[in-house]
Design a protein around this ligand. Structure first.
Ligand code: URA
Length: 196
């Protein structure tokens, strides 16, 4: 089962590497498909790759990623072990601008296919763009971060984007609270996460 999932995800990643469905493919060094365990019950979704991610081909490896890893470590989560991390768009938008609706529309099929292979129980949306796309278009991230939403049997939590926390460090305690609630939720819904 797990070998099947890994095989399917590897095949999907390979297919995604040659994607030319939108113009973002023109400026990319690497497609940033995703990282983590195919057996994860918890999936984190960001907005799109930045410069470092584009160069390395891995999500959240720049300054925001270092902060994200610290927050994950604090609640015993590890990108190489018990979660999966991906983005709404797989190629870097120029100058790190927001991905445009049609770019998101073109790219979301890859994410849907990642969801259907991994089949997570909890989805954490990192920032407004991911939360608006996945949870509800009119999300108010500053007011609604940490709230739980249920859609098609999956529990979804929007949280503040780590890059926003670097810009507004006074929001870090609130963001950390959300992560502590996430840890409780994982222990309740999918405790196996902590055995992976
Ligand atoms: N910001 C994101 O939303 N995703 C990344 O992969 C890196 C920074």
């Amino acid at each position: 089962m797990s070998d099947d999932k890994k095989h399917l995800l590897d095949k999907l990643s390979e297919e995604c590497t040659s994607c030319e469905k939108c113009d973002l493919c023109r400026g990319r060094h690497n497609v940033v498909f995703g990282i983590g365990s195919e057996n994860a019950d918890v999936m984190f979704i960001g907005e799109g790759p930045g410069e470092q991610e584009d160069l390395k081909g891995e999500p959240f490896v720049g300054k925001a990623g270092i902060l994200l890893d610290k927050m994950l470590t604090a609640i015993d989560l590890d990108r190489h072990k018990n979660i999966y991390i991906a983005n709404i768009v797989k190629c870097r938008p120029p100058q790190n601008r927001d991905p445009q609706p049609q770019e998101q529309e073109m790219c979301i099929t890859w994410l849907r296919r990642q969801f259907s292979i991994i089949n997570p129980k909890i989805i954490v949306c990192l920032g407004r763009i991911a939360a608006a796309r996945i949870i509800k278009p009119d999300i108010r991230i500053t007011k609604e971060h940490g709230k739980l939403f249920r859609k098609s049997g999956v529990i979804m939590m929007p949280v503040l984007h780590p890059a926003a926390l670097l810009r507004n460090p006074s929001d870090k305690p609130a963001a950390f609270e959300d992560f502590l609630h996430l840890q409780d939720l994982i222990k309740e819904i999918c405790p196996e996460t902590y055995q992976l």
